[in-house]
Design a protein around this ligand. Structure first.
Ligand code: HEC
Ligand code: HEC
Ligand code: HEC
Length: 141
């Protein structure tokens, strides 16, 4: 009778430790945002919506980003081998490599830095070379 009881107590202790460890990690994650999200994602800057970009282990999944950005058919364009995101520069690479987050509302989420800046972006990579229009001022136009 004593051995099953001890086994039960040990199992209970292990379970309790697991549950406690789990909740501590979850709380940790929710209260440890490294900084404000960009303006475009400001609506997601809430403890209830961290999971729209993060997996439970904190990692960022391309599937979650693409799931929300399908209105622009980004995933379809990548699958069809079209546009900048299907080029050798971006295909198969982590989204966060270029689209960094938690660097404040005013941060350049677009990722122009990663491609040498907006004005020196090689437009041919987008699949739409700019013929004869090389003035950086036209980006804004
Ligand atoms: C719009 C997508 C998005 C949302 C929403 C988001 N994050 Fe992030 N988070 C990122 C990205 C992208 C990185 C990677 C940062 C980098 O490398 O620039 C990151 C990194 C982090 C990191 C550091 C990485 C690590 O492994 O420890 C923590 C902590 C974090 N986020 C917490 C949060 C919390 C807490 C929330 C909710 C308040 C949240 N995030 C909401 C995109 C998001
Ligand atoms: C819950 C939906 C949602 C998720 C998840 C999400 N986004 Fe967004 N994202 C938006 C909205 C809404 C905007 C602002 C409107 C727009 O430009 O489409 C935006 C804007 C952007 C922009 C800038 C577009 C612009 O015109 O300024 C980039 C780049 C971007 N998101 C990349 C990402 C990446 C990378 C992830 C994953 C880490 C991600 N998004 C996750 C909804 C989302
Ligand atoms: C090598 C850098 C790089 C990587 C990796 C990258 N992007 Fe981008 N992304 C850019 C640049 C530069 C732009 C602006 C030029 C353009 O729109 O093609 C952009 C534009 C965007 C936009 C807004 C315009 C559009 O096409 O809808 C979204 C949304 C976006 N990226 C999401 C993502 C997601 C999701 C991933 C991961 C699957 C990703 N990006 C990976 C550099 C990158």
């Amino acid at each position: 009778m004593r051995r099953p009881l001890r086994a039960f107590t040990v199992t209970l202790a292990v379970l309790l430790a697991l549950v406690r460890g789990r909740s501590v990690r979850a709380d940790d994650f929710l209260t440890s945002s490294p900084g404000a999200l960009s303006k475009s994602h400001a609506a997601l800057d809430d403890q209830g919506t961290c999971g729209s970009c993060h997996e439970p282990d904190r990692s960022i999944s391309a599937a979650k980003c693409l799931g929300c950005h399908d209105h622009g058919d980004l995933a379809a364009r990548i699958a069809a081998g079209k546009g900048f995101h299907a080029s050798a520069k971006a295909a198969g690479r982590d989204c966060k490599l270029c689209h960094q987050e938690h660097r404040g509302r005013g941060f350049d989420l677009m990722g122009w830095r990663a491609v040498g800046g907006e004005s020196s972006f090689d437009h041919a990579l987008s699949g739409w070379p700019l013929q004869g229009l090389s003035d950086p001022l036209i980006c804004a136009a």
